[in-house]
Design a protein around this ligand. Structure first.
Ligand SMILES: Cc1cc2nc3c(=O)[nH]c(=O)nc-3n(C[C@H](O)[C@H](O)[C@H](O)COP(=O)(O)OP(=O)(O)OC[C@H]3O[C@@H](n4cnc5c(N)ncnc54)[C@H](O)[C@@H]3O)c2cc1C
Ligand SMILES: NC(=O)c1ccc[n+]([C@@H]2O[C@H](COP(=O)([O-])OP(=O)(O)OC[C@H]3O[C@@H](n4cnc5c(N)ncnc54)[C@H](OP(=O)(O)O)[C@@H]3O)[C@@H](O)[C@H]2O)c1
Length: 483
């Protein structure tokens, strides 16, 4: 993988290899759909999951934090979220609860007979490129296993992102990241500042508004808020697969938001400094109503922490027992050395978010932030990886991959507000079209000459420099894509 070579795994199609040859890390939605795609191509695999069950962050548990909370419901509708060959039960509501999602992923694993490929309670501690190709994978249970290829599906909502630098001052109350929020009970009757305008902030502020004494919703930027339902239908029903230009979709969704829940600024939330569609969707049926009712009080960004008080950038201050930071996540791969992949400000330079051009035998699943559900995107990526591993698809040359990464990055930076939360943002339908086109193209592609990265480029230096043959080594591309 990753250097233009088709990689045909020895011992495939039940030819009797004794050990698994592909290692998948993580049994969340991305890992299990990858396992199924590889199985279908007859590729031998082992999937390591550090927890005792599948479903990733949808398998909410008291035992370990997974960036989810007992009240969590999907905010992408079941028809848009389910895998293509395994519909969610008709009895599920349009936006399933996390327990239903977890049950669905469990059923998927059993339906496709994947459970015997999963090794539970086993975390991958370290994975390193092996001499002569493939990977050496060190496990929490001891020992190292050699595999031919590594598929990383460890999720990108695992590593909490705190304000950096932290807010000045000292706070005497409780400071929690959304990742570790387990429900409203510990905040009962208290005064809570919730920071952020993403979906975690919406869910948590709404939930606390019925329990806490006071809830302040602080933000450094306004967000366009869209409802979950429109005309009795899930809102993502209106995000059509037809190649409608964004300008048209923007008008449609702006009208929908205006006509259903109104504008954020009308209730005192900050007016967004960008157009709808230029940031990750903030979906909430209830936040506007809770603000209108006075149960959630809008505030600008935090300026300082002063003992048991929080001061905001407009000079106002409030007493607070807790601050909940809904400030997003870092993309991280703790088991990979920085010399292999090292995300910088959440940027990872991958060909269509899957293949690193400079690291062979490595692929990623689920590393996207879609305008839509993640699961169908992961399913498409998984099918693509399986084709590449089985030799029925060939990657293009390094130069082509790097150029595509550069183009995607420039387009992303033109469309979205500059923020680490948008470095993997994709327009769901456009992305699926692009990957399908690439899969078709690679099916008949002649073998590309092997190419090495330019001297000095290693691992994910691309994420920073985006250097390729067309752009001399060392020439930097800044945040807006200008040289
Ligand atoms: C609160 C919240 C709500 C969301 N709601 C939606 C939604 O409604 N719709 C949507 O499409 N997306 C949603 N998302 C995005 C979410 O990332 C995806 O739904 C989905 O969970 C991603 O699946 P994944 O398999 O890539 O990652 P995860 O679900 O995070 O699963 C990763 C798995 O890898 C395992 N793992 C990690 N490291 C290791 C290791 N070293 N060794 C072994 N195992 C390891 C973990 O234990 C976990 O089981 C939401 C995200 C959050 C935070
Ligand atoms: N019900 C659901 O299905 C549900 C619930 C929760 C989360 N999710 C999903 O989970 C993912 C993560 O969502 P999230 O809301 O946790 O994170 P997020 O989407 O990354 O949003 C982070 C928010 O924090 C703000 N922020 C970041 N750093 C800050 C700082 N230093 N000071 C002030 N504000 C700061 C960001 O502002 P900027 O925009 O200015 O960067 C943004 O408003 C998303 O995919 C989301 O859709 C889904």
């Amino acid at each position: 993988m990753g250097d233009g070579r088709p990689r045909i795994i020895q011992g495939m199609r039940g030819t009797g290899a004794e050990s698994p040859r592909v290692c998948i890390i993580g049994a969340g939605p991305s890992g299990i759909v990858a396992a199924k795609a590889l199985r279908e191509k007859g590729i031998e695999l082992v999937l390591y999951e550090q927890r005792s069950r599948v479903g990733g962050l949808w398998a909410v548990s008291d035992a370990d934090a997974q960036a989810s909370y007992p009240s969590l419901e999907c905010n992408t509708s079941k028809r848009r979220t389910q895998f293509s060959d395994f519909p969610m039960p008709a009895a599920f509501p349009p936006f399933p609860h996390n327990t239903e999602m977890a049950a669905y992923f469990d059923a998927y694993v059993d339906h496709f007979g994947l459970r015997d490929s999963i090794v539970f309670n086993t975390s991958v501690q370290h994975a390193a490129p092996a001499q002569g190709g493939g990977w050496d994978v060190a496990l929490s249970t001891g020992g190292t296993r050699h595999v031919d290829a590594l598929v990383v599906a460890n999720g990108h909502h695992r590593d909490p992102r705190w304000p950096d630098p932290p807010f000045p001052g000292r706070f005497s109350g409780r400071q929690v990241h959304a990742h570790d929020y387990t429900g409203p009970t510990p905040f009962r009757g208290g005064s809570v500042v919730v920071l952020g305008m993403g979906n975690s902030a919406m869910d948590i502020a709404v939930e606390l508004s019925g329990v806490a004494g006071a809830v302040y919703l602080a933000s450094r930027r306004g967000a366009h808020i869209v409802p979950k339902h429109v005309l009795g239908q899930p809102i993502d029903t209106f995000n059509t697969a037809l190649p409608v230009p964004w300008a048209v979709k923007r008008v449609l969704f702006s009208l929908i938001a205006r006509a259903t829940i109104g504008r954020p600024e009308d209730v005192g939330l900050p007016r967004p400094d960008h157009r709808l569609g230029e940031s990750h969707p903030t979906i909430s049926q209830r936040i506007i109503e809770r603000v209108r009712a006075g149960a959630v009080i809008p505030k600008p960004n935090i300026a300082a922490l002063e003992g048991d008080r929080v001061r905001f950038t407009d000079g106002s201050d409030v007493h607070a027992d807790a601050v909940i930071y809904c400030t997003g996540y870092n993309v991280s791969f703790p088991f990979l050395d920085d010399t292999v992949i090292s995300p910088v400000d959440n940027r990872v330079a991958l060909f269509h978010q899957v293949f690193p051009p400079d690291v062979p035998d490595l692929a990623f699943v689920g590393l996207v932030q879609p305008f839509g559900a993640l699961m169908p995107a992961a399913e498409e990526q998984a099918a693509w990886i399986a084709e590449q591993l089985s030799g029925s698809y060939r990657l293009p040359s390094r130069g082509v991959m790097v150029e595509q990464i550069r183009r995607d990055r420039e387009a992303r930076e033109r469309q979205f507000v500059a923020s680490p939360r948008h470095t993997m943002e994709i327009d769901f339908h456009a992305y699926l079209r692009a990957v399908r086109r690439e899969r078709r193209g690679g099916a008949t592609r002649p073998e590309a000459p092997r190419s090495q990265p330019p001297a000095g480029i290693r691992g994910d230096a691309l994420a920073v420099d985006l250097v390729d043959a067309a752009h001399p080594v060392g020439e930097r591309v800044d945040q807006r894509g200008h040289r």
